[in-house]
Design a protein around this ligand. Sequence first.
Ligand SMILES: NC(=O)c1ccc[n+]([C@@H]2O[C@H](COP(=O)([O-])OP(=O)(O)OC[C@H]3O[C@@H](n4cnc5c(N)ncnc54)[C@H](O)[C@@H]3O)[C@@H](O)[C@H]2O)c1
Ligand SMILES: O=c1ccn([C@@H]2O[C@H](COP(=O)(O)OP(=O)(O)O[C@H]3O[C@H](CO)[C@@H](O)[C@H](O)[C@H]3O)[C@@H](O)[C@H]2O)c(=O)[nH]1
Length: 442
Amino acid sequence: MTCRIAVFGTGYLGATHAACMAELGHEVVGVDVDSAKLAKLESGELPFYEPELAELLQKNIKDGRLRFSSSYADAADFADVHFIGVGTPQKRGEFGADLTYVNSVIEELAPLLSRPAVIFGKSTVPVGTAMKLAQRVKQLAPAGVDVEVAWNPEFLREGFAVADTLHPDRIVLGTDKFRAGRAEEVARKVYEQPLAEGIPFLVTDLSTAELVKTAANAFLATKISFINAMSEVCEAAGADVSFLADAIGYDARIGRRFLNAGIGFGGGCLPKDIRAFMARAGEIGADEALTFLREVDNINMRRRTRMVEIARQSTGGSLIGARVAVLGAAFKPDSDDVRDSPALNIAGQIQLQGASVSVFDPKAMDNSRRIFPTLNYATSVEEACEGADVVLVLTEWREFRDLEPNEIAGVVRRKQVIDGRNCLDPQKWRSADWSYRALGRP
Ligand SMILES: NC(=O)c1ccc[n+]([C@@H]2O[C@H](COP(=O)([O-])OP(=O)(O)OC[C@H]3O[C@@H](n4cnc5c(N)ncnc54)[C@H](O)[C@@H]3O)[C@@H](O)[C@H]2O)c1
Ligand SMILES: O=c1ccn([C@@H]2O[C@H](COP(=O)(O)OP(=O)(O)O[C@H]3O[C@H](CO)[C@@H](O)[C@H](O)[C@H]3O)[C@@H](O)[C@H]2O)c(=O)[nH]1
């Protein structure tokens, strides 16, 4: 069954959701306040890099199921199902989430609705937000127009956004427990196709749905910081964290996924989400429950400092005047996202310590330049490595993992590589006469 859907916010989450909903056969309008972004999307061009998404965007625009608009009136008139996918960044100078954008969607949209509708929140929000938004919608929607707010958190990973949206591990829906299940009925229509594949569909109250999302990200962040804490111990003991991760990962209760030690987690989600979670827990009197997340955050940030320290050691104890090649700027491979990127942060710290830093990333160059204009940007791996005293691999793009040591041996000043993601084969580099170092490995 075809639904008429509006998606508010056409960033990494919203543009993916809009294109995937159209791919499922629905009629979709994507709404944003950023006219440059809309212009690109309208012409079938993605304003960011995400594998497989451009094809989906172009196909569904061409087939007439997907369009974009800056008009809330247009969206309110067109759609019966509304998804909120705007940003919820960390507040400046505070841990809490900035809900300005989510609130403004509700303030603008609710008064324009003239027939029954369901608003599904997908943005990651502090527990209690959906309930407040539902009350606000009640005040703002025209008399007699029944508008329900439900929460449908999103679990997609950048780099796998299309597959994660079309074939999610689970679909979680939080609804107002005093209502008669209409949001659930609508969600079942929207997700008819994935649900037919037997994907678990979990319906709960609004608060639990919000918490499922923040708890999932807190767990993932904790898992990464756990292995990075083990990495610190391995460094002190002269042991190998990669071997350790493989060995403990065979225990199915632990699992090998998300146990890659290195320079830690970044991006537009995990860092800000654990901080917002701590802030919200404090507001509701549960701060003690989440004090461990502060340590998770500290361990994570320490990895960046440690990487800078190892780079400094490799250049004789001072980075002043050193030439450092940085391979990778995105917070993870297969993405151009540099929000809170450990790679870029490390590149910046090294530059501040007096080195000349040359960065190359296959997709994140424009975004990096925008937020860090003072670094040198190269157009290839070879150019970045020209005259380098040390090469740092900070994002595990396939092209870096597959790099042959002798491809760059001729251009560097000294054959030193530091593997910030434990993604290279130490044996290969050492036998090509390189000095190889990594975090948490002897
Ligand atoms: N990026 C992900 O992988 C991912 C995955 C799951 C959940 N989330 C959550 O989804 C939300 C969005 O994240 P994102 O990474 O897509 O952010 P983003 O910054 O890429 O996109 C947000 C978009 O919202 C637009 N916007 C701002 N105010 C608006 C308004 N009033 N009306 C319409 N559009 C407006 C912005 O212009 C921007 O295009 C966040 O809460 C995030 O935590 C993100
Ligand atoms: O073993 C690992 C796994 C990941 N990372 C790092 O952790 C960060 C986050 O990686 P990942 O979780 O794959 O990327 P995101 O796209 O940010 O996805 C997370 O954040 C999204 C937004 O909330 C959620 O929807 C996803 O489920 C959740 O995985 C990146 O910097 C990775 O390099 C590690 O250091 N070690």
